[in-house]
Design a binder for this molecule. Sequence first.
Ligand SMILES: [Zn+2]
Ligand SMILES: [Zn+2]
Length: 146
Amino acid sequence: MDKKSEIHTGGCLCGNIQYEATGTAVVVAHCHCDDCQRASGAGHTTGAMFATTQFTITGNFAEYALVSNAGNRVTKVFCPTCGSPIYGRNDGMEGFVTISLGTMDDSSGFEPEVVIFANNKKPWDIMNDTLATFPTQPEWSPKTAR
Ligand SMILES: [Zn+2]
Ligand SMILES: [Zn+2]
C-alpha cells in the first residue's frame, strides 16, 4: 500500500474510543514538557501530527483545555472511562492534531524525528541523543514542513 493511503487505526485502553488516521504523519516528536509529563504519567509523550482532515474519531471522549507556557490554548482529548490520552489540539497549529502514538494499534512504522522541551527532561528518561533535540519548542510550523 502506498504511504499516502495508509490507514492507521487506534483506540483507548477500554475500547470506547476508536480512531483512524490516514496517510503519513507531518512530524513525530518526543515532548518532555511538564504538561505532557503530567497528562501521560511518563517522562515524555510521543506524538504523531496529522492534519485534522486525515483524522476521524468515534466514541465518547472528554476534553481538557489549558494554556501552554507559549500562550497557546492546548486541548487534550482523552477517554473519560479509562483515561487514555488520545490526541491533542493546539490553537498555535490550527488544522492539525497530535495523536498519542502509543494508542495506535500498529505504530511500528513510525520514526521519531525530534525531541522537544529537552530542558525539562528527567534524568531517568534516557533518550537517543542522535535525534535532533531542542531545549523548548523550535521555530517550526506544520505549514512549512514537507
Ligand atoms: Zn477508554
Ligand atoms: Zn509536551
